[in-house]
Design a protein around this ligand. Sequence first.
Ligand code: FE2
Ligand code: FE2
Length: 158
Amino acid sequence: MNRILLSAATCAAALLSTGAMAAPPEPKPLSAQTRANLEAAMHGEAYANLKYLRYADQAEAAGKPELARLFRESANIEANEHFDREAQALQLGGANSANLEDAMAGEHYENVTMYIDFARQAEADGDTKVAAMFRQIAVDEGMHYEAYKAALAKLSPR
Ligand SMILES: [Fe+2]
Ligand SMILES: [Fe+2]
């Protein structure tokens, strides 16, 4: 082997060993705890968003437009900055079929388990109006589940 060929081979080997010719490394996957914390934070941000919008309406109704604006501005940050950044960090969502399956799982749980349990507990405590509301909402969640299921069937008939 002549000297030029040998030095080219040495150079290629050196590049490979430093990773210079390899694809960029995959980012380290998030820990289970970080993922759980992101989920918890997103629940808080989403709740704060809707709560502050409600507070803003109440401030508006009470003749306090400045306060209403403060609540709306905060609500906007909670949703469109904090939730959004956390959702990106979590890589929330993806293919339509996976998104529909995830949505169906949530709606189904609310439809057949969560709201039914909440209604039973409210009934046991004598909170009959809230119990009735939980049962009505459970029905809505069942309709959401069915609508998503139909959308999934249209997306990928099986
Ligand atoms: Fe926030
Ligand atoms: Fe729903």
